[in-house]
Design a protein around this ligand. Structure first.
Ligand code: NAD
Length: 346
């Protein structure tokens, strides 16, 4: 496994490999860029098939965090961490505490938060060893969990993309396929249902599927078919790579607007989407609600009204990107990357 010559390493300031023999911790912390502030990004726990897969994931995610915070107008840099292991079987308080001690040694250059496979309760355990963690307490009026803000931002961005691309002023009757009904996807489903949208959903967890069916009247779809549903919007809200050459071929939606990170398996697919007249809301722009929320938590003066107003700015950021994409006849993901790189690296 190469690190310095890894195709996703370029631009990273620091990559730290953490190991604790006693608890079995194996983690990687990637700090992409700290020009705008300390690197803040979630901690993902996942049973990666290999260490190389974990490294690729953390490098891609940390770079994305730099761009996400920059375009969300936050005084933060980009970083991310991954703990290698199945969260259902390998997660112990000792392992999380060891991870917390590793964070403390970085002196605040990287601040962690919850992500897939970790929870608000896990952040509290990590916080027993370090100050450099957010998303774990209710002081300052914060609930800790960034997912509601992520879901709300995704909803705001999806609604704007539909208005812009499909000329629909309301979500009433708009058909949306949601891939993944987790912390974000289920909340997004609720917001869409309340706005009158019709839902198609899938998840590996049958309990969540039943909940969405009973609560929102959602149609249940096979895991392998969710991208091919006859809908207006495809909302990837599970893991990355939802848009790949195979799924793209079968996609019927005219708008892609979801919360998952790294939705495009390859950046070049943005060009194909553009050519096919499918409007793609860049993932790290539309899912910035969570980082906005944890930024206010980190600053220590959490105000739910201010957070909501800041999250609603996602619509304006998307408008700017969609305007430039139209004017320049270039894919939205490339336009977003250029805007973000100018802020982070320029
Ligand atoms: P989560 O782990 O709570 O939910 C993911 C859901 O996807 C689970 O219900 C899981 O069962 C389901 N799933 C897993 N594999 C699937 C598959 N192949 N097909 C369909 N469903 C599948 O995670 P989350 O917090 O809801 O985050 C979802 C996505 O949004 C992730 O990519 C995450 O990185 C991204 N994101 C989350 C936040 C946040 O605030 N939680 C912020 C920004 C981005």
């Amino acid at each position: 496994m190469s690190v310095f010559s890894h195709s996703d390493f370029a631009g990273h300031e620091q990559v730290v490999f953490c190991h604790d023999r006693h608890s079995g911790l194996r983690a990687i912390i990637a700090i992409h860029n700290t020009k705008l502030g300390p690197a803040l990004g979630g901690c993902r726990m996942y049973a990666y098939p290999s260490e190389a897969d974990a490294l690729t994931d953390v490098l891609r995610l940390s770079e994305g965090m730099s761009y996400k915070s920059a375009l969300a107008g936050l005084p933060l840099g980009g970083g991310k961490s991954v703990i290698i292991g199945d969260p259902k079987t390998a997660k112990t308080p000792e392992l999380l505490q060891a991870f917390g001690r590793a964070l403390e040694q970085l002196g605040g250059r990287y601040i962690t938060a919850e992500d897939s496979g970790t929870s608000v309760a896990d952040m509290a355990t990590i916080a027993s060893q370090t100050r450099h963690v957010v998303g774990h307490m209710s002081e300052h009026g914060s609930h800790g969990d960034p997912s509601p803000s992520t879901a709300y931002g995704t909803f705001v961005g999806l609604r704007y993309a539909v208005q812009r691309h499909l000329q629909r002023d309301s979500l009433q009757g708009v058909k949306v396929a949601i891939q993944g009904l987790g912390n974000v996807g289920m909340r997004l489903a609720r917001l869409l249902h309340e706005a009158g949208a019709e839902l198609w959903v899938t998840d590996v967890d049958s309990t969540r599927l039943q909940q969405a069916h009973q609560t929102f009247g959602a149609k249940l779809v096979d895991l392998q078919q969710i991208h091919a549903c006859p809908v207006d919007v495809f909302a990837p809200c599970a893991l990355g790579g939802a848009i790949n050459p195979h799924t793209l071929e079968q996609l019927q939606a005219k708008v892609i607007a979801g919360a998952a990170n790294n939705q495009l398996a390859q950046a070049e697919l943005g060009q194909t989407l553009h050519q096919r007249g499918i409007l793609y809301a860049p993932d790290y722009v539309i899912n910035a609600g969570g980082i906005i929320d944890v930024c206010y938590q980190h600053q220590g003066h959490y105000d739910a009204g201010k957070v909501r107003t800041h999250v609603e700015q996602i619509e304006h950021t998307l408008k700017h990107i969609f305007d430039l994409s139209e004017q320049q006849q270039r894919p939205t993901n490339l336009v977003a990357d250029e805007l973000a790189k100018a802020k982070v690296l320029g």
